[in-house]
Design a binder for this molecule. Sequence first.
Ligand SMILES: [Zn+2]
Length: 301
Amino acid sequence: MESTDPHPKKIEGIKQSKKRETNAVSITWLGTAGVLISDNQTGILIDPYVSRCGILKIAMGLPLQSDKEAIKKWVARLGKNHIQAIAVSHSHFDHCLDAPYFALETGAPLMGSESTLNVGRGASLVEAQLEAVKPDREITVGEFKLKFIESIHGPVFLGRVPYPGTIDKPLFPPRPAGDYKLGQTYAILISHPYGTIAHHGSAGFIPGMYEGVTSDVVLLGIAGRGDTETYLKNVPLKLGAKLVIPIHFDNFFVPLEKKMRILLTAHFKEFLAVANRHCAFFELQILPIGKKVAILSEKKN
Ligand SMILES: [Zn+2]
């Protein structure tokens, strides 16, 4: 899919060219809120979900199984030695089901709430590979610094958040979707010498959560949001973002190998129409699934 803006502006510090990727921070979108953020030395994998369980399984409450073969293939494709951390925004199955297996496959630590760590424990990750996150504690990974900021989940079903609650003991798979309870919801601020990226994986927000925070790029989860204008005001506009990349608008009940379809509940066209009113402030970019795209380049002095 092409960018919706046929005449993208040139933005200092934001790399749109595909030419040179060595001195750049790139993003590979895995569908849903899954992204690999990499500077070619260090990679941070967030919310990877490649198993894409069918909607009947979810709706009928059947046990969900991670697709280990698909995870192996994605790890090979992304580069096993280029993933140094697996971070999770919240513990719903479409963010957390596969994350422990990406950790097992790569040896990278799993970072997230206590609920997320209990999904890791159920998948036999050892304590040394689990990293509990605390709001405002900075975690350094290579040249990246990660900060987990408390947020809330978007109001998916008529103002209700699905599967509320926490996972208080190791969750041994296979378990139904409803057992992947929300836990704490985080936005993740990823700072690098080339710039800052905010991963806002679920379309809720706490007013003032980004007070005093800025970010060049926002990866904006748009499924199950409330009013689009209010959401934009409180997240990308508040952060002063120059580039907004919508995520979590693809139909994640369809396998990744099939043509990407848009989730009806993402109201994608309405999002684009409202977001385009703010084109004086930020550019919109739609990423293809599975392709590495350079986003931030070395800042010239
Ligand atoms: Zn969720």
